[in-house]
Ligand binder design. Structure first.
Ligand SMILES: [Zn+2]
Ligand SMILES: [Zn+2]
Length: 168
């Protein structure tokens, strides 16, 4: 929960600040976990009747896992956010959040969750040249090689041998 008073925003832009705990239910069931509180700073302004604009920065550190070797990777997040909210129930612009009419409060929790998901890279690597895990025995190839790596070569030479036996 990260509530902002919209009546105050109707009078003047309001400062929106929050530090959402890493174990807040908002951040449950994601592909990553926040390693520290999710800090949000920003301003919410009313841009017209029932329309609001929020710009903010979301900062935290998350832990994801390397797509190649599954090693835990810490990722620093600093995401600028610019969102519009409207009470117009007919507004079908997917980038605009539709909120109930005559709202007196706005909960920025879900927008923060969504923006954080967008900010975390989809393809996390522990390092650019991560060699990943062997797809046959699961050996972490950053740590050491395994014997099954020669198999593709064996297959290739078997094919070569077969080709030698085929009529030209
Ligand atoms: Zn890796
Ligand atoms: Zn292997």
């Amino acid at each position: 929960m990260f509530r902002v008073d919209l009546r105050a925003a109707a009078r003047a832009p309001v400062v929106t600040e929050a530090s959402l705990a890493a174990d807040d239910p908002l951040f449950a069931d994601l592909d990553f976990v926040p390693a520290q509180a999710v800090r949000v700073t920003g301003r919410l302004s009313m841009t017209g009747p029932g329309r609001y604009y929020w710009h903010a920065t979301i900062e935290t550190m998350v832990v994801g896992s390397c797509r190649r070797c599954l090693e835990a990777v810490q990722i620093a997040i600093r995401a600028p956010v610019a969102l519009w909210f409207t009470e117009d129930q007919e507004d079908d612009d997917p980038s605009v959040w539709v909120i109930p009419q005559r709202s007196v409060e706005l909960d920025l929790g879900d927008p923060v969750r969504e923006e954080l998901i967008l900010a975390v890279p989809e393809y996390v690597l522990c390092r650019e040249d991560c060699r990943g895990l062997c797809d046959q025995c699961g050996q972490d190839l950053n740590v050491g090689s395994c014997t099954c790596r020669r198999r593709p070569d064996d297959r290739w030479s078997a094919l070569e041998a077969l080709r030698g036996r085929l009529p030209e």
